[in-house]
Design a protein around this ligand. Sequence first.
Ligand SMILES: Nc1ncnc2c1ncn2[C@@H]1O[C@H](COP(=O)(O)OP(=O)(O)OP(=O)(O)O)[C@@H](O)[C@H]1O
Length: 583
Amino acid sequence: MKNLLSLKPYLLRYKKNLLAGFFYVILTNLFAVIGPKYIGMAIDTMNRRFELEHVLGDTALYFLFALLSGFFLFLVRQNIIVISREIEFDLKNDYFNHLQKLPRKFYNTTSTGELISRGTNDLNAVREFLGPGIMYSLNTFFRLFFALVAMIALSPKLTFFALLPAPLLSYSVYRIGSSMQKRSKSIQESYGAITNLIQENLSGIRVVKSYTRESFEIERFQKLNKEYYSKNLSLGKLQALFFAFLTSLTAFSLLPVVWVGGVSVIEGSMTVGGIAQFIVYVSMLSWPIISIGWVTSIVQRAASAQVRLDEIFSIEPEIEENSSDINSEEEFKGALSFRNVRFHYPGQEKRPVLKNISLDIAAGSKVAIVGATGSGKSTLVNLIPRLYEPDEGTILLDGRDIRTLPLKTLRELIGFVPQVNFLFSDTIENNINWGSRENDASEVIAASRIAMLYDDVEEFPDGFETMLGEKGINLSGGQKQRACIARAIAWKPQLLVLDDALSAVDTDTEARLFEALLERLPDTTILLISHRISTVKNCDRIIVLKDGMIAESGTHAELLEENHLYAELYNQQLLEEEILSIS
Ligand SMILES: Nc1ncnc2c1ncn2[C@@H]1O[C@H](COP(=O)(O)OP(=O)(O)OP(=O)(O)O)[C@@H](O)[C@H]1O
């Protein structure tokens, strides 16, 4: 229960509605309990002598109180259920905002499915507590209170007999409710597994088809679907039993009332109208008593869901937002320096990926980073927008330690095209314009021309309005890469980082595109990771990484003269080209 305390700030935000809801719960129950008094009075009047005006008067009063009770119940729902939706809205926003700020290393260890499940199922469990949970708790309390006062006033003895089955009723609902909860949870898990399978299959449909694994995948799906179906069936059976059981138990609780009450009427200690009024109270109590068990399971479920949500909320954004003395007019030119940078991935202290990296890149210069696979090239460029933090050393932008810059300012200066690119299910234009919506169509066209995407898009029937499928599935690999480069160019960065961003285009196009970048972005510092000498040879400087250290650095000509790693790579690619041209 104390886990739910973290919801206090949210509830306090809506304290006015909560107080109003509380007040209306009292009124709805008060009027609900006053009404049956007039049923008793009408029956007693009829029993004595039939006076139509009295009967009609009592019936009208009963109707009036029922109407008042219904009206305030409406107001209760208007306040409490609406608050639960408002808090759900706030929580969802906070959850998504928090996810956006979590460090990249967090996503290395947490699956997307897990985060989606917390943001949907768990959040829904919390909402059920905030709405129906709170509402039925208050309702149960006041309904019990007022009805019991009225029942004791009529007959304390009969009240005792009427309440005899109550603990059994509540406990049974709690037990069956918990069992239903377990089954529902298991259904949710199955549902998650099915969703995951569908999502993975559709994303990887090309691989499935090319390996002709359709039947294999259909079998896997059918197995999961069967499991889901059986679990649903078993829950359905339990539900059927549950409702039949409830109806019988509720009827059972009327037995002692009719028996003991009947005897009281015969003995003359109670009137027939009194018994009738009492029976109405007993039926009024059955739902609140049932709901004690139900509310308990809602609270339990919400408490464990809140723990799961708090686990995520308690993860601090790794990089503190820095609100330093940054001057909004300050101009950055894009000079970059690494000073003795060392880095290891979490949990791999003894295996640094970068060691003693010191490097100066002048503003506007074009620098290539080459090296064998796994030598640390991507890791090095990931440190620039602070996707990871170095263990030792400093990275400076225009002479300023990047840790002293607000993260937003730093990232706004960088156009980053990662190795694994990503496009949204939106138009090509919106994808290129994604971060900088104020760009007009002409700038999108200009960026796509530099990225050599323009001619391809012009051939599509809808041009830049072409809708992309999930992750840009309706584009070729090379088109996707060029669209991502166009997006980075449209961002108008001071520093453009291309991490093997052209691996899917042919050698000639890569070289031409890079030439276009050199020509059209003379003032932008460009950091280019590539395996192709034909592209990197035009850079102002080439850095060769080996086992996380800078092994060589210089121009194409200088490195060829050194006749070491770079020269080896060059000769190897030259040979490959010759073989290709002969064959
Ligand atoms: N998220 C990660 N967690 C742990 N280790 C990682 C992670 N990413 C990369 N590594 C490891 O860090 C080393 C350097 O990887 P990196 O991706 O920087 O190499 P790279 O030079 O860019 O390689 P490639 O040319 O294949 O892209 C590799 O040994 C890799 O296994």
